[in-house]
Design a protein around this ligand. Structure first.
Ligand SMILES: Cc1cc2nc3c(=O)[nH]c(=O)nc-3n(C[C@H](O)[C@H](O)[C@H](O)COP(=O)(O)OP(=O)(O)OC[C@H]3O[C@@H](n4cnc5c(N)ncnc54)[C@H](O)[C@@H]3O)c2cc1C
Length: 228
């Protein structure tokens, strides 16, 4: 994780200013980008006819924008072009066990983005955006697998969401107990949590002699820790 951000970096708007435990809020682009680049799963929230929906989906980042793709028939992607969206990204880094149940917590890095998603309509831009998403998830794979054809591109919607109005929130460290609880004979501390890639499982239908590609070999160490 980056060193603590410059605390003077202001939020882009009042609605992305962290109010609950504000010293955990960060608004620097570098911090937001680093949290986004360490994963590729986000939750896309939008309201349709008064009903909120939150869809887990993959994403990529290009400069200061998120790129999200899916079926052109997807309700989420159709809706998101017309309505404001809220996207969150979360890393769960640990369970924080305090002496009191009230002070139990979690260590995490998260980002929330508010804005209006717009559709990437130009075919060349759409293909480039899909490459960005692919490279964000598994670098090198775009060059190894068959490229999308015209029909597949038509069947795919790509949305772009500017990261301008975003916030990060980060909790690290041990539990924060009440002074009077510190002497209690209760174990307290942190259970660290991480995501690990398992051993790749070859599709039995892959032709004899096809080697493990470089993208997969590199990914085995984890997307945030690539052995380049
Ligand atoms: C893994 C995980 C577990 C959590 N568990 C709990 C829990 O059990 N109970 C609980 O109360 N809270 C929990 N939180 C914190 C929670 O996400 C909210 O920050 C908190 O509930 C305050 O919500 P609020 O709407 O009052 O925030 P406010 O501070 O009023 O929100 C104002 C603005 O701050 C920003 N913001 C708020 N929260 C976040 C965030 N997490 N990431 C990025 N930007 C943010 C947004 O831009 C938001 O619009 C958890 C967070 C994570 C990542």
């Amino acid at each position: 994780m980056s060193p603590p951000a410059d605390p003077s970096t202001p939020p882009a708007s009042r609605r992305v200013r962290v109010r609950r435990v504000p010293d955990r809020g960060r608004y620097d682009k570098e911090v937001v980008h680093e949290i986004l680049d360490a994963t590729f799963l986000c939750h896309l929230g939008f309201v349709q006819q008064g009903q909120p929906y939150v869809i887990p989906t993959l994403f990529g980042r290009q400069d200061d924008a998120l790129l999200i793709h899916g079926s052109a028939a997807s309700r989420a992607l159709q809706t998101a072009t017309a309505l404001p969206v809220c996207v969150t990204v979360t890393h769960l880094d640990g369970l924080v066990l305090a002496r009191s149940l009230f002070n139990h917590s979690a260590n995490y890095r998260s980002v929330m983005v508010l804005g209006q998603a717009t559709e990437v309509e130009d075919a060349t831009e759409k293909s480039a955006a899909l490459q960005v998403i692919s490279e964000h998830i598994i670098p090198g794979r775009w060059e190894e697998a068959r490229a999308p054809n015209a029909k597949e591109l038509r069947a795919t919607t790509v949305l772009r969401l500017d990261l301008q109005e975003s916030s990060a929130k980060i909790r690290t460290g041990p539990p924060v107990d009440d002074e009077e609880d510190l002497g209690l004979p209760v174990w307290a501390g942190v259970i660290p949590l991480t995501v690990h890639a398992g051993e790749p499982r070859r599709d039995p239908l892959v032709a004899e002699g096809v080697p493990l590609p470089r993208s997969v070999a590199r990914w085995k160490t984890g997307p945030g820790d690539l052995a380049v």
